[in-house]
Design a protein around this ligand. Sequence first.
Ligand code: GLP
Length: 264
Amino acid sequence: MKVVIQSHAAAAVDVVVAMVARELHRNPYAVLGLATGRTMDPVYAGLVALYREGMLDFSNCRTFNLDEYAGLHRDNPHSYHAYMKRHLFDAVNLRPHYTHLPDGTAADLAAECLRYEQLISRLGGIDLQLLGIGLNGHIGFNEPPCDLASRTHVEELSPETMRQNTPLFSGPDQVPHHAITMGMGTILESGRCLLLATGIEKAEIVAGMIEGPVSNDLPATALQTHLDCTVILDQPAAARLRQTVAARDFWTEVKASPAPGRSF
Ligand code: GLP
């Protein structure tokens, strides 16, 4: 696991945007794994800005999102599909049929999970997977305690996650109880993982993810076992790391080398 610490959130976002852009430059046919959440908003804004400047072409790449709420139609403004359309899909030249999210309204959700899993395999797997982290250490919607080898499945959301997501809905009773999520096993098969965490409220869980033992009580710790995982943090999110590293600007290194940061 490599950890990149930037002094503020905007600089951490710039690193993620640069790394995704470089992946697409290197391989215009890349399969990108995408994440949702407030942390990701500025990442997509950055990618859209590069596209508008003519610096990025999404026409040949394919995307798979980590998760989708069960029971929400893709046109529901709270669905992750709608989120992706707002933040990325409608703003760049991604081909709609090259973008994939689980269908949370499928009549047979188990069959839908299998279909999603098989589609990822058929397209050769995910080259670069973007990740955020939930306050309880969930990745996608893999809630603790979780099976660290799981495949795409239906997950019951924890009360904490539902509380975290309530501000995004019109009321607590509107927050879905279940979601389809790629499993930790699915995520760990991605060629490369990039996890972004910003803000002091993520500091405790980030320290556990990086420095704690691998445990199904903190799903994100499974990323320690991935051969090519980079965690990008702002200074507040890095505040609880025991092996404290002074904030450094890795911008130059990120542009120059594929693996900036320190290794654990
Ligand atoms: C949701 C998503 C996760 C995301 C998490 C964090 O639970 N399913 O993929 O990492 O939110 O969201 P935020 O970035 O808003 O803190």
